[in-house]
Design a protein around this ligand. Structure first.
Ligand code: ATP
Ligand code: MG
Length: 589
């Protein structure tokens, strides 16, 4: 088919949209692929829609190849199934809720585990019907707190979601592996540079879960890889390996000391080394125990204070903390909330007043490194004083542990403990979960097994961000002159520029466009006559990013056209007579 620039519904823009935070967003708007309607809500223009459809096609292909069957649910859904699984409230502010004229509650589906579970319950009743994998490519709605970067985090977006149904755990493992293999093929075909990392299961519940992250500096996810072994995990899922319990027989008794003018951890450490030197080595920031107060906001609105104890050389990583606690959200404790606990002396809070059994009654969870026998310098609950040599298990016992401390380059690998971790950023493109029986139990999905007994079905859930992929592929391939699509997802195969005023140029360009189209090759043909200069046409071709740009212009006098590779910039003169065959060869690979 031929998309003629003279009539194609597109206007390329010279200026960047002012809300664009990342290059892909800027270029997708400038090149006329998408238009913003409201925060996180976009219109697909013809070029954008073509890329979206290509990506959908690849995903569909690979899902069908592993025997998954496509169906399609509505986005507008009744409340009841989501109430049955608790997600109507757990999803909190992220769900778009609405009412019909009779006052009935509805939502716009943020994800469809409930609906898939119910349709299987509706139609299937026997182990003979399983295993089953079904999927849809459909529009999802989430009222994201921070819609950003155009299609990367939308409030309306396209997702491929599939679900597997098995009679037992062994079956689920097979279904999970099949999906994982299909995802590898999908992301290979989409041309991503990606990593597969361990993930947390979050609000989904379930056991095993992995994410497919496209490596990208603009990504919102941070993952780590080991320098020695094959360990790779989203930082949210990193479980620190706790050090061995230490004997504290020889450790001096705890003693509170005045530590004036030590507002920061560094100043405290300097003061300790000058005034209370340690016998074996100098004090370091990691010897201090910092206690951070936060408030857990439960989905039902209740606010619960929580104290987190961690080594003073680390910070609380909000995403890691929330990853453990989902669907609970975490906020800083306000001054007025702090004031309700007179035992807490700001800046000098120590374990003596923390814990469910303590004066404050505030639950106290510590970093896994804070194990029995470790000795700490921490707040003495008196302004201007710290307690030194406070030992876990001897002087205080926390209520438990939590993974809240930031993970850093150089941290010990929790898997092999020989290598160290290296951190990088990525965009979450896909997520696969071995869900288990949570949804099947909540919605009572049971089938008869071989012996005629009713058993609960076990499920997997597998998502791909389809609209997000458009932006992520753009992000990974663009250069300083524009978009630069991999051939398999490009909106067209060849972009022909008729460069010049001569009728012979237009005649030759038209003939080439038609010859290619007749071969089933998709062509953008810049046939604009009149005032549109070759310079403008080239700029547009570079911006739009079709992988092969053909110039029919000056060379025509010598019987040639110029074929240029958009990505490498390589140019080749090809005889007009051979052009169609040459290009067909290029496109077909
Ligand atoms: P994120 O951590 O990025 O919010 P998620 O964990 O909420 O993602 P899932 O619920 O697992 O995502 O959804 C499956 C896939 O849908 C994700 O892997 C991602 O590619 C895509 N996705 C999720 N939220 C959005 C969004 N707001 N905009 C575009 N794509 C999204
Ligand atoms: Mg999300």
């Amino acid at each position: 088919m031929i998309l003629r620039m003279s009539s194609l519904f597109v206007r390329t823009l010279r200026d960047d949209p002012n809300d664009a935070e990342v290059p892909s967003h800027r270029l997708l708007v400038r090149a006329g692929y998408i238009r913003r309607i409201a925060p996180g809500i976009y219109t697909w223009l013809p070029l954008g829609l073509r890329v979206l459809r290509k990506i959908e096609g690849i995903i569909r292909d690979e899902m069908d190849a592993v025997g998954a069957q496509e169906l399609s649910f509505p986005a507008l859904l009744p409340k009841e199934p989501y109430e049955a699984t608790g997600r109507w409230s757990e999803y909190g502010d992220n769900v778009f809720r609405l009412q019909d004229r009779k006052g009935g509650d509805y939502l716009l589906g943020p994800t469809h585990e409930e609906m898939f579970t119910l349709v299987v319950k509706d139609l299937y009743s026997s182990y003979k019907d399983l295993p089953l994998s079904i999927y849809q490519i459909q529009t999802k709605y989430r009222d994201e707190a921070r819609p950003r970067a155009g299609l990367l985090r939308g409030r309306e977006f396209v997702m491929k979601d599939s679900y597997s149904f098995d009679i037992d755990d062994a079956g689920l493992e097979v279904s999970y592996q099949k999906h994982r293999d299909a995802y590898v093929r999908i992301f290979d075909r989409l041309g991503f540079d990606y990593v597969i990392v361990k993930a947390t299961s979050g609000a989904m519940g379930g056991s095993r879960s992995e994410e497919f992250l496209a490596r990208a500096a603009v990504g919102e996810d941070t993952y780590v890889r080991c320098t020695q072994c094959d360990y790779a995990a989203n930082v949210e899922a990193v479980a620190v390996r706790p050090p061995a319990v230490i004997s504290y027989d020889e450790t001096p008794l705890a003693h509170a000391e005045e530590t004036p003018d030590t507002p920061t951890i560094d100043s405290l450490v300097d003061h300790l080394n000058a005034t209370f030197p340690r016998e074996d080595r100098p004090w370091a920031a990691g010897d201090t125990l910092k206690n951070v107060l936060v408030v857990l906001k439960h989905p039902d609105g209740t606010r619960e204070p929580l104290a987190i104890g961690l080594p003073g050389d680390r910070e609380v990583d909000q995403k890691r903390l929330e990853g453990q606690l989902e669907p609970i959200e975490v906020e800083a404790m306000t001054e007025s909330e702090l004031a309700k606990h007179p035992s807490l002396v700001k800046g000098y809070i120590g374990p003596a007043v923390l814990g469910e059994e303590s004066a404050s009654g505030i639950r106290y969870l510590v970093d896994p490194r804070v194990v029995e026998g470790t000795r700490w310098v921490t707040g003495a609950n008196v302004a201007g004083s710290h307690v030194i040599d406070l030992v876990v298990g001897r002087d205080f016992t926390p209520d438990g542990t939590i993974e809240a401390a930031d993970v850093r380059d150089g941290d010990e690998c929790p898997h092999c403990s020989e290598g160290t971790l290296e951190a990088a950023r990525g965009i979450e493109m896909g997520h696969i979960f071995a869900l288990g029986r949570k949804y099947a139990e909540a919605l009572d999905l049971k089938v008869l097994d071989e012996s005629g007994k009713l058993v609960t079905v076990t499920m997997g859930s597998y998502g791909v961000g389809v609209s997000r992929a458009v932006a992520a592929i753009a992000e990974g391939t663009l250069d300083d002159i524009g978009l630069c699509w991999p051939r398999d997802v490009a909106p067209a195969d060849v972009h022909i520029v008729a460069a010049g005023k001569d009728a012979t140029i237009f005649a030759a360009a038209t003939e080439l466009a038609e010859a290619l189209s007749a071969q089933g090759i998709d062509v953008v043909y810049d046939d604009r006559a009149g005032k549109v200069s070759p310079g403008v046409k080239f700029k547009d071709a570079e911006l739009i990013g079709v992988p092969t740009i053909v110039t029919v212009g000056r060379g025509l006098a010598d019987g040639t056209v110029e074929v240029r590779d958009r990505a490498s910039g390589e140019r080749l003169e090809v005889a007009v007579a051979d052009a169609a065959a040459h290009l067909t060869g290029l496109v077909r690979g």
